[in-house]
Design a protein around this ligand. Structure first.
Ligand code: HEC
Length: 143
């Protein structure tokens, strides 16, 4: 019986520091996870839908962002921020509301509707219709 008690005491000695380690480590692990999420949030806007996040990756890869800005605020080309639903003035004097169809057409056939005020011509690209749809989803979420 005494032997058993000694074993139990030994167990407690082993168990206690382990528990304490867990108590110290658990918040650290949570903090580490939170900081990882924080880093991800800086680069990838968590409010984007997955289609829009794909679209952003595609726009980066295809080089669209070199003209339209890494955050869509525009450079050589018009800003994507706030574009969806806005009225766009075209070179020929007409105006068009930037609905989904217009955005798709602007990417698939860059010469179809020329936005007024830009001397640089948007180059054509080889995006698939699926990729175009993702980029449009991204543009539409950039408000
Ligand atoms: C060399 C610079 C350049 C690159 C690269 C470029 N664009 Fe453009 N983009 C422009 C310019 C300039 C315009 C405005 C003139 C026009 O309508 O062609 C424009 C217009 C647009 C419009 C319509 C904007 C509006 O205000 O109505 C969309 C949408 C668009 N681009 C998407 C894309 C996508 C997607 C890519 C990548 C596949 C891309 N662009 C690559 C320069 C560029």
């Amino acid at each position: 019986m005494v032997g058993n008690r000694e074993v139990q005491d030994d167990d407690l000695v082993v168990v206690n520091p382990f528990r304490r380690t867990c108590q110290v480590l658990a918040p650290l692990v949570v903090m580490a996870l939170l900081s990882l999420t924080g880093c991800a949030a800086e680069d990838d806007d968590v409010t984007l839908s997955s289609a829009a996040a794909d679209g952003r990756a595609i726009a980066r890869e295809a080089g669209c962002v070199s003209c339209h800005g890494a955050d869509g605020s525009g450079r050589v080309g018009p800003a994507w921020k706030g574009l969806a639903g806005s009225t766009v003035l075209l070179e020929d004097g007409a105006s068009v509301v930037a609905e989904t169809d217009y955005l798709i057409r602007s990417i698939v056939d860059p010469d179809a509707d020329l936005v007024r005020g830009y001397t640089v011509r948007m180059p054509s690209n080889t995006l698939s219709l699926e990729e175009v749809a993702s980029v449009v989803a991204y543009i539409e979420e950039l408000q």
